[in-house]
Structures are given as structure tokens and as C-alpha cells.
Design a binder for this molecule. Sequence first.
Ligand code: NAG
Ligand code: NAG
Length: 347
Amino acid sequence: MSSIYSICLLTLVLNLNLYQLTNAFNLETRLPVIKYGPKNSYFGYSVAEHLIVDENTRHISEAVMLVGAPRAQSGQPQTNHSGVVFKCPLNTIRSDCTQIRIEEDNKPPDEGISKDDQWLGVTVKSQGPGGYVMACAHRYILKGSDFQWGQGICYSLSQYLDFRRAWEPCYNRPVSKAHEQFGYCQAGTSGEITEDYDIVIGAPGPYTWRGTVFSNSVRYRIRDDKTWYLGPVLENESPVDKYSYLGMSVTSGKFFDGSTSYAGGAPRANGTGQVVFFSKHKGESTFDVSHILSGEQFASSYGYSMTSLDCNGDGRIDLVVGAPFYYSRSEGGAVYLYINSNGKFTK
Ligand SMILES: *[C@@H]1O[C@H](CO)[C@@H](O)[C@H](O)[C@H]1NC(C)=O
Ligand SMILES: *[C@@H]1O[C@H](CO)[C@@H](O)[C@H](O)[C@H]1NC(C)=O
């Protein structure tokens, strides 16, 4: 449900010069939970509900909101705005959010890494009660004397919000042709963790901003499949053209049969924007394209945001797609709801 809250929040989005605020549980109007973050930090750019579960009793021991503030000052030496993810208790105190220590931010970043302006907290997601948490910095840069690659990075945290792993899906991939390959991936622009323990990372940059979606096993245990899966990116294989920004949003679910599909929003694909569904193909690290949905209006940015949930309670995962620049005389922005009936979407 956390992603639905984020969508609701998009409508409230922030234009504030003073303190920025986020109202997370806006269903209970008598006792709103309102949290303030640092000035000009974009506090509330991303929000996720997270429940910590006691491992012995399996009861919820703590409920928190995770709030990304991608322009906040983390305190890391040699950075001014590297971004922060805050943990906010669910109470009516307005200024009790605390910084989650995700990186080794008590010392300057390693040589060859630039974290200033990296936007840590652009994406924050919880897998669900007792599950993993992820946070990303899509503007994280690897640099050398003659290059700067904007590859992006994500981190996985335990349910207690302790650091687990860093995820760099574009690391060590071809960059000799810069933006025409994986030089400016911007991985982590979107992401989520599936119930099958896949970490899914949207990267709108590869191959001249065609973009793609990556996945790997978030647990990364000995027996887990540690392959990086990704949607096809090459000119003749990608489902979208240059500058489509596939991976601007991601979601996943068992849409078509018993196995998980990964969907990537491509807000500039084919003029209107599209959503591309990927599925794993045995023995291949490149996803198959299993389905494509298209927007209706040119430049409506269909696919800019997206979530999946069982809206009508029939046990099948439905899809919600945002098109923020849709317009007509009376409407600005559109949200499409697709009901899944046996693997076919009805709008
Ligand atoms: C941080 O801000 C200070 C003061 O504006 C500036 O001198 C410094 O260069 C900035 N640091 C980085 C890494 O941009
Ligand atoms: C792109 O949009 C046109 C209509 O504008 C449609 O005919 C065509 O099938 C679409 N192409 C793809 C690849 O979806």
C-alpha cells in the first residue's frame, strides 16, 4: 500500500519555501500525522510506510514512515546536499524524524565517487511488514580523471533499517560510448522490492535514454540467483526508442500467470508514453517483453508513475498508471486504472 500513499501524495506536492511538510495518513482527518523536515531539502519527495515485526512473536513492534529528503545535508564531509532518508514515528509530534545512517557518511566519499547532489532518498520503498527497505540515489557518480559516469546506486536495509548491501546495476557495464551505453544510467530513479525478494531498479538512462529495468535477488544468499536481469537495451532489441525514459517508474506483480512480471513506465515512449511488461526467460539474463500498454495523448507522460495492487479484491493484481501532463479543457493530469481479468487489462 505504501506506493498508493506516494501517488496520493503526488497530488499534494510541495512548493514550499519554508518548511516542507508531508501528511502521510490522510485518511484519519481528526489526528493528522504531520512531519517537518529541513528547509529546502525536498523532504517528502518520497514516502514509504514501514512496519517492523518482532521475529519471535511475529507481531508488529514498530510502525514508521520513511521519508526521503534528497536535497538534505547528511553531514558527510565534502558534500553539501547528498540526501537523507528520515525515519518518522507515527505520532503527532511534528519534528521527531531521525536520519537513517545508510552510507558511511562520517568520512568523505571514497576517491572516484561523487555524492554531492546524488539525491539519496529519491526513491524509498518498503517490501512490506518485516521486509527489506530500499533507498536510492539516482545521481550518484563514479568519476576519474577523464570521465564522470552518472550511474546511480540503491541500498537495501534490513527491516530494522540497518545497511545490508549497495546495488549498482550499471557498474562494470560498457561505457566507452558514454550515454549511448551505460554511462548515464541513473539507476534508482524508481525501484521496489517484490514479495519474491527481487529488488527491482528503474534506470531511465541506458542507451541514449531508452532506459531499462533491472532486477536481482535482494537477499543475495548463497543459493540465491545473483544474476542481474534487465530489459533489452540495444537499438534493435529494446521495446522503446531513444529518449523514452523506460524505468522512470517500476512496479511488479503476478499479472499474467503464476510468475512475477516487472513493469517499467516509459513516459516519453512513442509520443504518449507507454508501460512495458517484462518477464524472466529461463537461462537468459535479458527479460522478454510480455506486454505493452500505451497512453492516449501526446506528451501526457503516461507511465511517469505507476503502482500495482488488487483494487477490486478479486485476487488478481491490477495496475494504476499516472499521466501527469494529460490535459483537456476541464482536466489536468490523468490516472488510469486497469482491472486485470485473466491477464487482460481493461481500462
Ligand atoms: C559546499 O558549499 C560551500 C559553501 O557554499 C562551497 O564552498 C563548497 O564548495 C561546497 N561543496 C561542494 C562539494 O560542492
Ligand atoms: C506508436 O503510436 C502509433 C499511433 O500514434 C501506433 O500506430 C503505433 O503502433 C505505436 N507504436 C508502438 C511501437 O507502440
